[in-house]
Design a protein around this ligand. Sequence first.
Ligand SMILES: [Ca+2]
Ligand SMILES: [Ca+2]
Length: 229
Amino acid sequence: MPGGGGTPDLAMGGGGDAAPPANCGGGGAEITAVPPCANAGMATTVDVPRGCAPTVDGTLHASEWSDGACFVAGNGGGALTIRMKYAGDALYLAASGDPTCGCGMPFHFDPDGGMTLEGDEFLVILADDPFGADGDRSDFVAQNGKFTMGSAPAGIVTAGPPNMPAPVRSEWKIPLADLGITPGQAHTFRFAVNHAGQTWPATLQLAQSSNFSSTPATWGQVLSSTSWK
Ligand SMILES: [Ca+2]
Ligand SMILES: [Ca+2]
């Protein structure tokens, strides 16, 4: 693990709560795709910055998403661009790409950042041709070493334009607690996404005969070098 030095913080004051996050400035035109990455390499680790708190209403604005870490799943048809950041007690992400398959886009989360499916992992799957404003979301949870339909941890919100938008796009709010994160403490969780075989990370191993991965060891790692505060 990075950092350290072994000196515990003097965590007495303040009760641990940071000031309320600044909301992203409103205004500006709607954008139909996530702001493109200046440099989206082949990294498998993302250092998530603190940013402004977006409004998770399914309408993207440059003022909401330009300050997020940027990475891409694949290239060419089906590729997704993703922005990710945190503010206050939540992680925020936005994703966009071209609909290609009338299929699901599984977003994979492993709060404890482990190597195998030991039970805390979950999938939130959005359709790439959604009719509903929640992206036609369905959830799966890991149970007995495989994913089965269930409920992801409470408080996760997904929002996007309904009625088969192109590009297909979504905004997300995920409570940090759902990812095992305590603000002020270092924590790395695992994340992966797949859309029609376009994946982040590029080395994601998909389960045979399915479009998701049951191998957290091949998922990417997401951390905050400022310890989520
Ligand atoms: Ca918004
Ligand atoms: Ca795990």
